[in-house]
Design a protein around this ligand. Structure first.
Ligand code: NAI
Ligand code: MN
Ligand code: ZN
Length: 338
């Protein structure tokens, strides 16, 4: 079989590898579609401190089970599945409090272990979630990015009364936007970005108001309308954003960060305590696959609004380069297999 292997930073090969056999408790997935994510590019470019090389990248995958290991029902062969990339031990402290996404022995598919940019991938059977027949393939492959938004929003109990502000209209901001609007019915969701085309995507994804904060400072734009956001999600993840969000937030607001910057964020405690803000972080997803599958089955969310490009996996290098260079026209880029 062919696999997309990052041999070392900046060296991608389409390698011929032995067809993997599923171990006990595993299934083998014949991959049909996979999504390119910023983290795949980071591993490719050597910017992910957790990555070990060589590595088959890819953690957003959809396909069909074509073989099962010991202790897995043979009836699963042929099942359409999406794969939760979070592999956890199940018994450490974070696992015991419902946060397998930060398990002490966390293994992330496509980061710590070979992932889904491959004709076949073996994964733990319990990570392979059946996709109902009513959900098309191209929606199924988008489940993982929406699980991130499901995790972000589940931290803060959004309500209809919230005035939400999302920084960043990339895949993370847009999935969060759809979830806030369509699942939680938040009346007002504002999206800030610096790229007009991305803001246009935010409008198509349901934003009530978009702000280009390279043209006008956010504080000014919000003050003109007398708006103090009650819920802020930082899906742009520059270290300077947290303090700005603290300053813009309404008293009693909640802020969610999801960035991995190693640069310090300078924050002022008075701004947090004075308004008794709650600051949350969110990493990957904690058991959100069934949640998002249910949203899709009920057509609450529409992943097709994020997909801009599709490439045959043999053109993966072109696909990643376009994804990296052209944020104006690219949002989610999919790879097709066979
Ligand atoms: P992306 O790069 O496609 O989107 C980021 C957007 O933010 C871009 O459109 C950019 O123009 C905009 N932006 C940058 N600086 C801004 C600023 N100061 N104000 C307003 N907008 C600004 O990235 P994607 O895939 O949407 O991911 C966003 C972030 O989320 C990344 O930093 C990524 O590392 C992080 N992430 C975190 C995850 C988690 O589980 N915690 C999972 C996936 C991504
Ligand atoms: Mn992803
Ligand atoms: Zn654990």
């Amino acid at each position: 079989m062919k696999s997309v292997v990052i041999e070392q930073p900046n060296q991608l090969t389409l390698a011929e590898r032995l067809l993997p056999q599923p171990a006990a408790g595993e299934v083998r997935v014949k991959v049909k579609l996979a999504g390119i994510c910023g983290s795949d590019s980071h591993i490719y470019r050597g910017h992910n401190p957790f990555a070990k090389y060589p590595r088959v990248i890819g953690h957003e995958l959809y396909g069909l089970i074509d073989a099962v290991g010991k202790d897995v029902s043979a009836e699963r062969v042929g099942e359409r599945v999406v794969v939760d990339p979070v592999i956890s031990c199940g018994h450490c402290y974070p696992c015991s409090v419902g946060k397998p996404n930060v398990c002490n022995e966390l293994v992330v598919l496509g980061v710590h272990r070979d992932g889904g940019f491959s004709e076949y991938a073996t994964v733990p059977a319990r990570n392979a979630w059946a996709v109902p027949a009513a959900i098309p393939d191209e929606n199924a492959v988008m489940i993982e990015p929406f699980t991130i938004a499901a995790n972000v929003t589940s931290q803060v109990n959004p309500t209809e009364k919230d005035i939400a502000l999302i920084y960043g209209a990339g895949p993370m901001g847009l999935t969060t936007l759809q979830v806030l609007k369509n699942v939680y019915n938040v009346q007002q969701v504002i999206v800030a970005d610096r790229i007009e085309e991305r803001l246009a995507m935010a409008q198509r994804n349901g934003a009530d108001w978009v702000i280009n904060n390279s043209q006008q400072p956010l504080a000014e734009a919000l003050a003109e309308k007398g708006i103090k956001p009650t819920l802020i999600v930082d899906a742009a993840c520059h270290p300077s954003i947290l303090q700005e969000a603290i300053a813009l937030a309404s008293p009693a607001a909640r802020i969610v960060i999801m960035g991995f910057s190693s640069e310090p964020s300078q924050i002022i405690q008075q701004g947090i305590t004075g308004k008794e803000l709650s600051i949350f972080s969110s990493r990957l997803n904690a058991g959100k696959f069934p949640v998002v599958i249910d949203w899709l089955a009920r057509t609450l969310i529409d992943p097709t609004k994020l997909v801009t490009h599709k490439f045959d996996y043999q053109h993966v290098t072109d696909a990643i380069e376009l994804f990296e260079k052209d944020q104006r026209h690219c949002c989610k880029v999919l790879l097709t297999f066979n």
